[in-house]
Design a binder for this molecule. Structure first.
Ligand code: IPM
Ligand code: MN
Length: 359
């Protein structure tokens, strides 16, 4: 298969981790005889520094003209504590999601037996947890009208959702549930918010076409508690943009490190693959960032193009690396490997067709 992949390393640890995914994808292409073409572009603080815009036109064009986008991370502390700054790195990511119409962000969360004791949660609570979050990505309070009063004494963010925006992601989430354990939980705040009541009503309607899927509802505050108390109860979680942002970071503690969590953002025409973690500025250039979230995002890219066997090989290689303790310091404090060494190890396993472990 021929695939044109736009690579947007972004800020902080973005470049180092993305380099490992490209390494892994090249190894997959070699082994399975595919042609993957990579083109890099700038985004985020890196783009503000070089051209004054967190999402330059050329970057958006490259993404639109590619089959898929591999995204690193975005954000730089020099912008975080400066609320007056008009240009912010995060705008690059938000405009990219909107510009490519990536309305569904898919975030799988699972556990590895070997890492159960790395989680701050008790082993027996999290063993077997296997859930997937469908987070709406181009609507809600992130994209509603915003303003700050001229006197600076009040500010407003509005949250709006349309039936159509809810329906299109709901269909994807129900289809996913049909392929999994057939349970879908809508997370909302329907006891308070109008938008949440619209979500409930619309999702109930959509559910009629999926009568093999059990649908239940949880208020987001309760869902946050349940995620810690009993994460194995969840199969597919469907939720709006901001609730999904928050509960997916919360869910990341289940696996033992946020450095393991991958995501796919999909729309009608484009698809982008990005770790859920941020740019981890303190670690930049130190070679300590875990590349696995990015590499598993690359596996989701392969799945997206129905390269199922290839994706499986990447996931299996990751499992082997965890099994053998070839991990960065977030998972292996005694004898850790660098970001690049983990990438090299995975590349080695994938490139070796005789490796009986993965056939
Ligand atoms: C994420 C991030 C982004 C978000 C930020 C960087 C804008 O936290 O992808 O979860 O809030 O969506
Ligand atoms: Mn987030």
């Amino acid at each position: 298969m021929k695939l044109h992949i736009a690579v947007l390393p972004g800020d902080g640890i973005g470049p180092e981790i993305t380099q490992q995914s490209v390494k892994v994808l090249k190894a997959v292409a070699d082994r399975f005889d595919h042609d993957f073409y990579f083109k890099n572009a700038v985004v985020g603080a890196a783009a503000i520094d070089s051209v004054g815009d967190p999402l330059p036109e050329a970057t958006l064009d490259l993404c639109k003209n590619s089959d898929a986008v591999l995204f690193g991370a975005i954000g730089h502390p020099k912008f975080d504590n400066n609320p007056d700054s008009k240009v912010r790195p995060e705008q690059g990511l938000l405009r990219l999601r909107k510009g490519l119409g990536l309305f569904a962000n898919i975030r799988p969360v699972n556990t590895y037996e070997k890492l159960l004791d790395k989680s701050p949660l008790k082993r027996d609570r999290i063993a077997g947890a296997d859930l997937i979050i469908y987070r709406e990505l181009t609507g809600g309070i992130y994209f509603g009208d915003k303003s700050t009063a001229e006197d600076g004494k009040s500010a407003t963010d509005t949250c709006t959702y349309s039936v159509e925006e809810i329906e299109r992601i709901a269909h994807l989430a129900f289809k996913a549930a049909q392929q999994r354990r057939k349970k879908l939980t809508l997370v909302d705040k329907a006891n308070v918010l109008e938008t949440s009541r619209l979500w409930r009503k619309t999702v109930k309607e959509v559910a009629r076409a999926y009568d093999d899927v059990e649908l239940d509802f949880l208020f987001v505050d309760n869902a946050a508690m349940q995620m810690i108390l009993n994460p194995t109860q969840f199969d597919v979680i469907l939720t709006e943009n901001m609730f999904g942002d928050i509960i997916s970071d919360e869910a990341s503690v289940i696996g033992g490190s946020i450095g393991l969590l991958a995501s796919a953002s999909v729309g009608e025409e484009s698809a982008m693959f990005e770790p859920i973690h941020g740019s981890y500025p303190q670690a930049t250039g130190k070679g300590i960032a875990n590349p696995v979230a990015s590499i598993l995002s690359a596996a989701m890219l392969l799945d997206h193009f129905n390269l199922t066997k290839e994706a499986e090989v990447v996931r299996k290689a990751v499992e082997i690396s965890i099994q053998m303790n070839v991990c960065t310091q977030d998972l292996n404090s005694d004898n850790h490997y660098s970001t690049a060494k983990v990438g090299d190890f995975l590349e080695g396993i994938i490139s070796d067709p005789d490796n009986s472990n993965i056939n």
